[in-house]
Ligand binder design. Structure first.
Ligand code: NAP
Length: 391
């Protein structure tokens, strides 16, 4: 969107941003112009961000990165409103609800101007949530990316209803689906953690969770009716034995979300679980080879090429792409402005457990977070770190 205003006094013309400069090269700080907000936009002073595996897929795998050009990263942010552009009269929830100084957070991914690993970003007002009074900015920044992933995957990919607002009298899924088995593989991941909480809130009752045994007590509290450990060699057979054998020709587990997308770690066992007409939504990219200090990763974006020939006939494989959630105009208008902050304020959704990544500088914190992702250190937690040093 074209810039229509100049920057207010006190806002720097340029600011530091963390950039990928080459695949698997150390991150660098570059100086980028601070962009005045256009119509319907907001300038945010970024105080906190979170790191996700996508940052590693970009840095080590070159995913969504233009070769030869520094790429500013970061899909989530939390900070304060520094400037407001003119109101966009076409939107039902414009930024007239925001004021300079408001504490906000969000998930944005469309361009580098709205990336989170920089001290100022410019984005649309509908990409922002106001901070609820019961949370800090560092807690809030752990939420939007994967709560939005959960809401998008369940509605868009599995086609299961999550009505909003939830009627005051309560809502339960239609009886034909309320008790169907839903498998959440990788329930201790950030995606899985929010997925379980969403299913619990909307009354889906037959949730099967797969995670390391150390997480099972917590996952039961979040609504998992049964938990299985993916380290057990016959975990797929255990899960199928648990799922009720039906007399009709329905699959034993009609809905599956693979929150991990690992070819060998999650998808190969799922070839033994998914049956004809099971819907299986998979977090892209599929990881053929995980990045490490010595090994370059390999990814696959085309589900048709993943374990081809190993799936039962009629399994519906869906590659999840949360970056498309704005195609749903209801989500564009209400997801970040209303749904995410309301669920948090009501205590329906608890933020991930935090792991605060330390470092003396912006660059050090960003690099330390990336190194932790490479080491596969996060386990039932979200990496969050400070962006701007000053409030
Ligand atoms: N395409 C999309 O729209 C989209 C959106 C969001 C995320 N993603 C992708 O989804 C993946 C997960 O993201 P995230 O942020 O949720 O990751 P995360 O929280 O960092 O994932 C770490 C967790 O993964 C679990 N895990 C690792 N291997 C597993 C396996 N084989 N089976 C079950 N659990 C396993 C570990 O569980 P334990 O602690 O139990 O060992 C750990 O707690 C990433 O690749 C990300 O890029 C894609």
């Amino acid at each position: 969107m074209a810039t229509t205003a100049s920057l207010p006094a006190g806002i720097p013309e340029t600011h530091p941003a963390v950039a990928i400069v080459a695949v698997r090269a150390p991150l660098q700080i570059i100086s980028v112009p601070t962009q005045a907000p256009g119509v319907g936009e907001v300038l945010v002073h970024v105080l906190w961000t979170s790191s996700t595996p996508l940052d590693l897929h970009k840095a080590d795998g070159g995913l969504l990165v233009t070769p030869g050009k520094p790429t500013v990263q970061g899909g989530s942010f939390a900070g304060t409103v520094a400037a407001l552009g003119p109101t966009d009269p076409t939107l039902p929830i414009p930024h007239r609800q925001l004021q300079i100084g408001d504490k906000v957070f969000g998930f944005a991914h469309r361009s580098e101007r709205e990336a989170g690993f920089q001290t100022y970003l410019t984005t649309s007002a509908y990409m922002l949530s106001k901070l609820p009074p019961n949370l800090t900015l560092s807690q809030a920044v752990a939420v939007p990316t994967n709560l939005i992933t959960a809401l998008h995957t369940i509605t868009n990919d599995l086609g299961l209803p999550l009505p909003w607002p939830v009627p005051a009298t309560g809502w339960t899924p239609p009886s034909a689906i309320a008790d169907k088995a839903i498998l959440v593989w990788g329930a201790a991941s950030s995606v899985g953690f929010y997925t379980l909480q969403v299913f619990r809130h909307w009354g889906y009752r037959n949730i099967i969770a797969v995670a390391s045994a150390k997480h099972h007590d917590e996952l039961r509290k979040l609504g998992a009716g049964a938990c299985f450990d993916y380290h057990t060699p016959n975990v797929a057979e255990q899960i199928l034995a648990h799922a009720a054998q039906r007399s009709d020709d329905q699959p034993r587990i009609p809905f599956i979300i693979d929150c991990i997308g690992s070819r060998d770690g999650s998808l190969r066992p799922l070839t033994r679980i998914a049956e004809r007409v099971s819907k299986l939504a998979v977090m892209l990219p599929v990881i053929d080879v995980h990045a490490s200090a010595d090994v370059q990763p390999k990814y696959e974006m085309d589900m048709g090429r993943v374990l081809a020939g190993e799936w039962a006939e009629g399994v519906e494989l869906i590659g999840t792409r949360t970056h498309n959630f704005l195609d749903n105009t209801f989500f564009r208008d209400y997801l970040q402005t209303e749904i995410v902050p309301t669920l948090l304020e009501q205590g329906v959704i608890q933020p991930n457990k935090l792991r605060v990544v330390e470092g003396k500088t912006l660059l050090e914190r960003a690099q330390n977070a990336l190194n932790l992702l490479r080491e596969r250190a996060p386990s039932g937690e979200k990496l969050v770190w400070r962006v701007a040093d000053e409030e």
